[in-house]
Design a protein around this ligand. Sequence first.
Ligand code: 5GP
Length: 204
Amino acid sequence: MMKISRIPARRDGIIFILSAPSGAGKTTLIKRLLKVFSDMTLSVSYTTRKPRLGEIQGCDYRFVAKESFLRMRKKGLFAEWALVHGSFYGTPCRRLEVMGRSGKDILLDIDTQGRRKIKRRFPDSVSVFLLPPTWQELHRRLATRGTERRDLVRKRLENARRELGEITEYDYFVVNRDIRKASENLRTIVLAERQRISRIRKWR
Ligand code: 5GP
């Protein structure tokens, strides 16, 4: 038996990964989570996608030209990157490393390809897959969102089916039938992960 000489106070920051097919309600859920956990930070990705109406530079994404993205990738500035729906997306390294050391949690809103790369690099990260209640509901949400052309809606549905095939690699799932319930489930996952014995740096 180990002789414990101190009550644990410090742990490393946790990387939480949230993936979901577009239309599953991820943005709303993330907003609610960040409100509950004011000490959690959202990682802002770089993307070559054009901003949608209402999206803010530096807040939703760092929107950059393809050349700048490729230059950053070459310099190794991304912890992971992926081509999603024809655009590049990447998670910048710096924030991840700083947050981890300072004991602060960080949330990554990334796709299944990104999760695989982050998990390989940061095995202690926690991944959650958000699901819509049904396929019909996902289709309805995408079609009524009005931000996408019809061919893009079809492409996003196809991607959703492919992404769902990877759900068994995730640590947790949350079904977004009711946003309040889904938020509560996600909050519970965060709280439980923060209490893991293995995350405490020093017991002695
Ligand atoms: P959207 O263009 O709808 O904002 O995002 C499309 C997809 O790209 C979503 O599944 C989102 O999670 C994913 N995504 C956003 N940022 C990143 C990133 O930095 N890396 C990866 N791998 N995927 C990302």
